[in-house]
Design a protein. Structure first.
Length: 263
């Protein structure tokens, strides 16, 4: 009987500890764009859970709302944008947001159903690019690097079509929402598509792109939080889980160089 009571006491104590541990888990809401960002965060989730962090994943379909939601307090963090885009949002929209860790690089690609290389672009070809700040400029810089256009003063990430000073093939630049670019391929000659949206549309960035940024592109994506939260313990736990060897292996195996770890 004594043994039974001792065992019962031990089991009761263990149950109490388990309940206490479960109660100590901290829940955070992290916004991502649908596709690879969401898939990677699903791989992060169980690793963070071991450190007492419960991640709720909130998916978005554009590049505008996730920062609004974070700044407004509806999210605790987001993971969808590269540093230049975040910098531009902070400057132009006054968001009090900061990056706390690097995630992945998505080399942007140019795709077509009509030509097999940029050399085949006819005069007056329609070229679709993202209409969001920095990504549009990023594509224009890529087109310049390929010798198709020249930008005023060499261009920068804020370049827009009005900054094109030389356009020998008279390319027609069509600015579209980034999420709509895969659907534009039937209507334009080529489209520059962000890797996450390409993958979501079933396009292989490695095999299907007729031109692509180098894998060492400087546009590393980041985890962003409100500035007031940057030193909180859960932030360090989130970054640690994301930058773990297990997540790196998942990215390399799942996306096969279409998405490149930046950590």
């Amino acid at each position: 009987m004594l043994r039974f009571r001792s065992l019962a006491s031990l089991l009761a104590g263990a149950a109490t500890m388990a309940i206490a541990f479960g109660a100590s888990a901290e829940t955070i809401k992290v916004g991502v764009t649908a596709g690879p960002h969401a898939q990677i965060l699903e791989a992060v989730k169980p690793i963070a859970a071991k450190d007492g962090l419960d991640i709720q994943i909130i998916e978005f379909t554009d590049y505008v709302i996730p920062n609004q939601a974070l700044a407004g307090g509806d999210l605790d963090a987001n993971s969808f944008q590269h540093q230049p885009y975040l910098d531009n949002q902070v400057k132009d929209r006054g968001f009090d947001l900061v990056s706390v860790g690097k995630t992945v690089v998505y080399p942007i690609g140019i795709y077509s159903k009509k030509v097999k290389s940029l050399d085949e672009l006819p005069s007056g070809a329609k070229v679709a690019i993202p209409n969001d700040p920095t990504n549009g400029g990023r594509v224009l810089l890529l087109l310049q690097a390929k010798g198709l256009i020249k930008l005023k003063d060499g261009g920068n990430l804020k370049a827009s079509p009005i900054d094109i000073v030389e356009n020998p093939k008279k390319l027609e630049i069509v600015e579209l929402d980034a999420a709509q670019l895969p659907r534009s391929l039937d209507d334009v000659t080529v489209a520059a598509i962000n890797t996450n949206f390409a993958l979501e549309a079933g396009i292989d960035p490695v095999k299907d792109a007729i031109a692509r940024e180098a894998a060492d592109s400087p546009y590393a994506n980041v985890i962003a939080v409100r500035k007031a939260d940057k030193d909180k313990p859960w932030v360090a736990k989130l970054v640690k889980a994301y930058n773990s060897p297990e997540v790196k292996e998942f990215i390399l195996t799942k996306f096969k160089n279409a998405v490149v770890p930046a950590f």
